[in-house]
Structure formats: C-alpha cells, structure tokens
Design a binder for this molecule. Structure first.
Ligand code: PHB
Length: 389
C-alpha cells in the first residue's frame, strides 16, 4: 500500500516544484544595487539620489512592473581604487538585477566596465564621465543624468555670449573636472573666447588659497569652475572671502551651486551657472515632485534627487516593456531606450548612446534658489564621440 503511493507522491512534488520555479522568479522582488557615496565630499549627493529613486518607487506603491523592489547598498566612498571590489559585492555577492549609481566619474567608469563584463543592467544616476556614453557605451548601459560635456559646453557658449574674452578654469584633477573644463573650452573658444590657464588640485582636496592667489594675479575676465558637494561649498565661500567675486565673475557647471546654497549663503548670490535643472521651473510635474520630496524628506529637491527619481522611472519603463521580467534584458533595454521620461526637469528621451537629450538651463542664484534665466542650449545631445552600439 505504502509502496504504491510513494512514486506518484514524489512525482507530484517534483511537478509542483517545476511549475513553481518560474512563477517564483516572476514574483520575486527585483534586486536593485545602489552604489553611492555615503561618506566623503559627495555623501549628501548620494543620499539625494537614493531618496529620489525611492520616492518614485513609493509613488508606484513600492512596485515597478508589478514587482516588489529590494535594495542592496554599498558606500563607494567616491574612491576609484575600491570600485571593482564594491561593484562586485553587488553583482557577485548580492546578485543584483540592476546597478544604480554613482556620483564620481572615476568610480562610475569602473562600474560601467564591470557591468558590461557581467552583462548587468546599469543606470548611471549622476557621474558625467563622457566615456560611459562614448567609447564604453553599451546596450545595457544607461544614464539618467548628463555627460560632463553637456552643461560645460553650454556654459562656454554663455560666457562667450556675455562678452568675456579671457577665462581661467579651476577644478579637481579627475575625469569629471578635466572633461568639464574641456567641454567649457569647446563652447567658449567656438564663441571667440580664449582659456588662458587651467588650474587644478587633486580630488577631493579643498586647499584653494594658492590657486586663488594665482587667479587674482592673472586678472582674467571670468573664472569657470567645476566642483560639487562639500568641495563646491568651500570653493564658492573661499572665492568670495578672497574678494574675487567683486571683480571676476565666477561661472560653473550648475553643480557648483546645486544642493549647496544654504551652506554657501551670501557667497553664492548672483552667480550664473548652467544645468539640466533649476529650482523654479514651475511646470506641474516639477511642482508636484518638489512638494512630495519636501514633505517626504524635509529638504528641498535638487538635481541629484531628480536624477535618482528619473533612474527609477527609466527602470520602470524597461520593466513595463518586458512585462516585469528583469531577466529579459533585451526587452528591458529596448523599453528604456525608446521611453520618453516625464522628468521634473522637463520631458526627455535618450540619445542613441543612452544619454539624456535635454535642455540646459541658464540659472542665477537668488536666496536659496537657482532661478531659471533662460535656456542656454535647447535639446542638447552629447556628441557621444566613439560610441559604437
Ligand atoms: C562626476 O564625478 O562625474 C561628478 C561628481 C559630482 C557632480 C557632478 C559630476 O555633481
């Protein structure tokens, strides 16, 4: 009797397991690996990206493409020397389905390399490293933010249009800084200006005094700077404390004054910068986003929050296209590539190299806001030099 029932029972159990497996995979949460700085000069930027991402997911009831979202986190410390280990913690140890990050271009370049080697979906939510959507571009590599070239090139055009002829640049000596200066120079010199000197210091140093002395003695028409986060706060304050803001206008890619104004106070007032976001766009999508962000996190949204929010929107678009199947990377990637993202910055689509094609705003600091003064360049696409998909 017993013997008679043993075989069918096993068969039934095996069949149940076999049937359950794909259903389980479909219902399992999607594993999102957040690789962001939680310490160092970019720590606050990482928090804003994470909060923006999570807010969009929360607005969708905690699910994207019908799937719960499960988070895995690594503090990358904005340290390129630890980037391979850190990204492997998410890919190999945690087996995440998608990587989201990071702020620092040097760290992001390694993320892109490892993501490509492992055929893992990557959405870059800040780092502008031109190569990510240039020579390193790939089917599963996306950016919700900008290329370093974009805001910098726009600022170069604006500086030339404002009649400046001779500009000194200053930045950290790493991918984002050098590419930002290069983009600025391209826009500025095409408009008839001349960059007379490039000053720099190692990332993330903030001992600006000797360089400010050089600027004072050079007396350029204007200065272009790329700094961000804690370093941007200190640079803008030191520039004003040296009295330079009275005689030599300071311009920058908008990171110089984004998410930093409360700390910069008087020192930043009146500054012009260019970026793909501003604090008073006054479009319904942005107003609703800013209200919810301020309510949820008790701070005002900034460009980093927008980029995190849009990274989640991009993932949602991919999952929608694949019916929630994150393993079907072809469908997920195609869905992201063709999506129109209803961003708080204004709607955008991705270029063929997967970088946002977006308006770059001219903004001016007033109080704690980067107020829009116009569009520096409309629908600006990164040139994506060297990208072969
Ligand atoms: C970068 O390293 O690409 C970077 C960092 C901070 C920013 C913008 C770009 O605000």
């Amino acid at each position: 009797m017993q013997q008679k029932y043993k075989i069918p029972q096993i068969a039934v159990m095996a069949a149940a397991l076999f049937l359950a497996a794909p259903i389980h995979a479909q219902n399992a949460p999607i594993k999102v690996g957040l690789m962001l700085p939680a310490t160092g000069t970019f720590a606050n930027l990482g928090t804003m990206i994470e909060n923006g991402f999570k807010m969009y997911v929360a607005e969708q009831g905690g699910k994207l493409g019908g799937r719960e979202i499960q988070y895995f986190k690594v503090d990358d410390e904005s340290d390129p020397s630890k980037a391979t280990d850190n990204v492997n913690k998410l890919i190999k140890r945690d087996q995440v389905d998608v990587l989201v990050g990071t702020v620092h271009s040097g760290v992001a370049l390694t993320m892109a390399k490892v993501a490509k080697e492992n055929n893992t979906l990557l959405i870059v939510a800040n780092a502008g490293a031109d190569a990510i959507t240039g020579p390193m571009c790939g089917k599963n590599i996306f950016r919700s933010s900008f290329s370093n070239w974009q805001p910098a090139y726009a600022m170069g055009k604006v500086a030339a249009d404002r009649g400046h002829k001779k500009v000194v640049t200053i930045t950290w000596n790493y991918a984002a800084g050098t590419e930002s200066v290069k983009g600025f120079t391209e826009g500025f010199e095409a408009g008839g200006g001349k960059v007379s000197q490039n000053l720099n210091l190692p990332f993330p140093n903030v001992e600006f005094q000797a360089l400010l002395t050089q600027i004072a003695s050079q007396k350029p028409d204007a200065v272009y700077a790329f700094f961000a986060g804690g370093g941007a706060v200190k640079f803008v304050k030191d520039y004003a404390a040296a009295g330079l803001n009275k005689t030599i206008p300071l311009y920058g890619a908008g990171f110089l004054t984004d998410g930093t104004l409360e700390a910069q106070g008087d020192s930043a007032q009146g500054m012009f910068t260019t970026l793909h976001y501003a604090d008073n766009l006054n479009i319904p999508r942005d107003n609703q986003f800013r209200l919810n962000f301020a309510k949820t996190y008790k701070v005002n949204a900034d460009v980093y929050a927008v980029q995190g929010y849009d990274a989640a929107q991009m993932l949602a678009a991919g999952l929608k296209a694949s019916g929630g199947d994150i393993k079907n990377l072809d469908k997920v990637s195609a869905g992201i590539a063709r999506a129109e993202i209803d961003s708080p910055r204004g709607k955008f689509k991705l270029s063929a190299s997967h970088n946002p094609v977006q308006d770059i705003y001219l903004r001016q600091v007033k109080g704690n806001n980067n107020e829009i003064r116009g569009i520096a360049v409309k629908a600006l696409a990164d040139p994506a030099r060297g990208c072969r998909m």
